[in-house]
Design a binder for this molecule. Structure first.
Ligand SMILES: [Zn+2]
Length: 108
């Protein structure tokens, strides 16, 4: 594991990120998304396009959430900061930029 204070910080960041992603997903799923539209004026093609974009966004958020939750599980397991391919320590600079990464720089 890398430096404990950094690990603690990243764990908090990841927990906040997971919460943020869950909120985004819930918002879009409930139809109150960032790409909301006016039903009275939008034509059906535009509505369909925006709903399509929402779907793409939700699936991206879900993917990110999966990665973030996976990283959070690694804290529990005590394997956070280890490359899942070679088991080497992931560099701290890399973790700071991509706290949810599974792999070291050589296996990215
Ligand atoms: Zn590796």
């Amino acid at each position: 594991m890398p430096d404990q204070s950094l690990v603690a910080l990243l764990r908090v960041e990841l927990a906040v990120e997971a919460e943020r992603l869950r909120e985004q997903i819930a918002k879009i799923d409930s139809g109150d998304g960032v790409l909301s539209f006016d039903e009275n004026f939008a034509d059906s093609g535009q509505v369909a396009a925006e709903q399509g974009e929402n779907k793409v966004m939700v699936s991206k958020f879900r993917e990110q959430l999966t990665e973030v939750e996976h990283a959070l599980a690694k804290f529990e397991a005590g394997t956070y900061g280890q490359c899942e391919r070679c088991g080497d320590r992931i560099g701290e600079a890399r973790l700071e930029i991509m706290p949810a990464t599974r792999y070291c720089i050589n296996h990215a």
